[in-house]
Design a protein around this ligand. Structure first.
Ligand code: NAI
Length: 671
């Protein structure tokens, strides 16, 4: 058996076995994660050139990194593209490399363990076979759409051919990941195997002579050229519903390239140019990096200020936790209302032991009911659901406070009530335990007044609804113990949320910037514009929800207490005050700025928003964000943008309010 020899390649480890199988281990130099940069692709092409001249009996591509298979292409290279020509060259590089892989004269197989994303999945798709290792972190996805780009290295051609058009479009247009089990049921992989069997299974399948998989049935028919126009029309309709003002062009480009250009972006150079010129992709890549930066705060950190550049994700996470940081295993939540009940459930979902206290037993029971719904949605197996329910313990008398590593107070927003509670709870807390408040508008300084150990108090400010909102502000005052703050950041990270370190100030970051925005929207209503028209202006701008619908959703009493008091001068707008007087508090009472039916606002047709309305509404939000950075409430402008995007849903394609103001506002016509 003659097996080819390869020159030394910096990013690939090669070995040939007795059966003539070439094992190509991707092992990106200087990184713990495999990413397909230009250099890595070059190494792959070199190997493939050798194999096409001297084919081994089979090629198995696997990863040498414990972190997973391949995490995608190198985003920095996308981001550095400065012209449509450069973008086309980068696309051609990957496309040609994977065409070469697909046309090797010998069987090829991708052995997928851990993440297999973007370019990594496109590489796997170019192989004749795929085996997925059945373990918890195995996930396959084409997430390019989330970054405003498309899977241009063959994914748009090969995925629909393999699993059929509907399933492939769903994956490509949402970026959603599938696990090994789902990948096998879709036909995306030929087999899923236990970790210990992976090498043998890969080798066996590579030599089996089995015919490569292809889509079957309706999935195959809908991928035929004749059916594509129909599928395109149907999918376009859905895209228009999801993004009526066309802020995101990548999904439409993907559909177009699949439907009209046989999945090859190089046949649609105009679309590549548009995507590069729009700036949306670079803003979404920015948001992706910001998310990574926030995540890093959740990994045991002492650098809770989070100062650092956007291009250094992970900064702030490198230092080991200071000695004495307590791992949070047991959380005691006081207040089983809207927030406390849902925070408790979320902690139990994330494997923590939780005791839930309220003066009102019915509130605890109601919170348990909501928790059950959450667990049944999020956990597949009955055993897991039961486990989560068992971890969430009703504790009306508050015994758990003496044993918990973290006590979260989420009672009514009333300074005196919170003071009385702290006075009763603190003496019972164990040494080193952290006390956190979920307050939205009271300052830590004021709250900590009756505490014997004020340094143990931090703010852990969740947003409503807890299960859906990704951001949590983690607040520290001047006297806060850094270890308590660090423990809170790590706790939030363990909950799968994005922790944003902020300094103590009324409204912290998110509520403080929302308040003047909501206030301005209400002033517009006082001036005679309909809520529908005001909300429409912001949806056209790119917000997921208009400000008045948002106020109704949060609750007008909460918006008033948490937000509008902060905005100060002039008191509440008339339109708000009159609704508060009539006890019309928004969604929860069925009426606010809108009437609410089945959880949805009933809206009339909006009028045409006057020119400049969106800019008028956004300006106070932008100004307030800037002011929070200048006052050091949040460490820098990038983190402020991250907080506003993840805390309010502020149009991600804009890159965040301050980024928008710097880069986009000057060039757009008044909206
Ligand atoms: P809520 O009114 O729904 O629940 C408060 C709960 O605390 C009630 O069940 C009440 O019985 C209980 N409670 C009051 N005093 C107590 C005491 N001394 N001991 C034990 N239980 C007591 O209030 P919600 O909305 O959950 O707010 C709680 C905290 O979270 C407040 O500080 C609020 O500012 C903050 N927050 C609220 C948000 C929201 O959208 N509702 C968002 C973010 C923070």
């Amino acid at each position: 058996m003659i097996t080819p020899t390869l020159p030394d390649l910096p990013n690939i480890r090669y070995r040939a076995d007795e059966a003539g199988t070439a094992w190509l281990g991707i092992d990106c130099a200087g990184s713990s994660v495999n990413r397909l940069s230009r250099n890595v692709l070059d190494d792959l092409v070199t190997a493939l050139e050798h194999f096409s001249r001297q084919p081994p009996t089979a090629v198995v591509i696997h990863s040498c990194k414990p972190s997973g298979f391949i995490a995608g292409a190198d985003i920095d290279e996308f981001d550095a593209l400065d012209s449509p020509e450069a973008a086309r060259a980068l696309i051609a590089h990957g496309w040609d490399a994977f065409e070469r892989l697909a046309s090797l004269p010998c069987p090829t197989l991708a052995l997928i363990r851990g993440h297999c994303l973007g370019g990594g999945l496109e590489l796997a798709l170019a192989c004749r076979y795929r085996v997925a290792v059945d373990q918890a972190d195995t996930s396959l996805a084409l997430p390019e759409v989330m970054l405003g780009i498309f899977p241009a290295w063959g994914g748009m051609k090969r995925l629909p051919a393999l699993i059929g058009a509907p399933a492939a479009l769903d994956m490509m247009l949402t970026g959603r990941a599938v696990d090994a089990r789902k990948a096998a049921s879709l036909g995306l992989v030929d087999a899923r195997v236990a970790p210990r069997l992976q090498m043998r299974a890969a080798e066996g399948l590579a030599h089996s002579g089995t015919r490569p998989r292809k889509a079957q049935g309706a999935g195959r028919l809908l991928n035929l050229p004749l059916a594509r126009p129909l599928v395109m029309r149907r999918t376009e309709k859905k895209l228009n519903q999801r993004d009526p003002y066309q802020h995101y062009m990548a999904p439409r480009a993907i559909l177009e390239i699949w439907g009209r250009h046989r999945g090859n972006a190089l046949n649609a150079p105009g679309l590549i140019d548009e995507v590069v010129r729009s700036g949306t992709a670079s803003n979404l890549i920015r948001i992706f990096r910001l998310r990574e930066r926030l995540k890093a705060f959740g990994k045991a950190s002492t650098n809770a200020e989070g100062r650092g550049s956007l291009h250094e994700p992970g900064q702030g996470a490198a230092a080991p936790p200071p000695p004495g940081i307590r791992e949070i295993r047991h959380v005691h939540v006081i207040g089983a209302g809207t927030m406390g009940g849902d925070i408790a459930a979320w902690c139990a979902l994330h494997d923590m032991k939780v005791t839930l206290q309220d003066q009102d037993r019915e509130r605890i029971a109601a919170a348990q009911g909501r928790a059950q719904t959450l667990f049944s949605r999020r956990l597949k197996e009955t055993r897991q659901r039961r486990g989560a329910m068992d971890r969430l313990m009703p504790d009306p008398l508050g015994h758990g406070a003496s044993h918990a590593d973290l006590v979260i107070e989420a009672i009514t927003e009333d300074l005196d009530a919170k003071h009385r509670l702290y006075a009763a709870i603190e003496p019972r807390m164990k040494p080193g335990a952290v006390l956190a408040t979920n307050t939205s508008s009271l300052s830590l300084e004021a709250l900590s007044a009756p505490l014997a150990e004020p340094s143990r108090l931090v703010g852990i400010h969740f947003f409503n609804p807890v299960a859906r909102m990704p951001l949590v502000e983690v607040v520290k005052a001047d006297g806060t113990d850094p270890a308590a703050h660090a423990a809170a950041l790590t706790f939030v990270g363990k909950l799968g949320k994005l922790p944003l370190p902020v300094r103590d100030a009324p409204g912290f970051l998110v509520n403080a910037v929302l308040a003047p925005y909501l206030l301005e929207a209400m002033r517009c209503v006082d001036e005679g514009l309909s809520p529908e028209t005001v909300d429409e202006a912001m949806k056209v701008f790119g917000m997921p929800m208009g400000p008045l619908e948002l106020a109704d959703t949060v609750g007008l009493d909460i918006a008033h207490a948490a937000g509008l008091q902060l905005a100060g001068a002039g008191g509440a707008p008339r339109c708000l005050q009159s609704r508060l007087d009539r006890d019309e508090l928004g969604r929860k009472t069925g009426r606010g700025f809108y009437a609410w039916k089945d959880g949805e606002p009933v809206k009339q047709a909006p009028g045409t928003p006057p020119a400049g309305l969106a800019r008028r509404l956004i300006s106070p939000l932008v100004a307030s964000t800037r002011e929070r950075v200048e006052n050091g409430i949040v460490a820098d402008a990038d983190l402020a943008d991250a907080g506003v995007v993840f805390g309010t849903g502020f149009a991600p394609f804009s890159g965040g309010p301050l980024h928008w103001e710097r880069h986009m506002a000057p060039s757009v016509t008044p909206v």
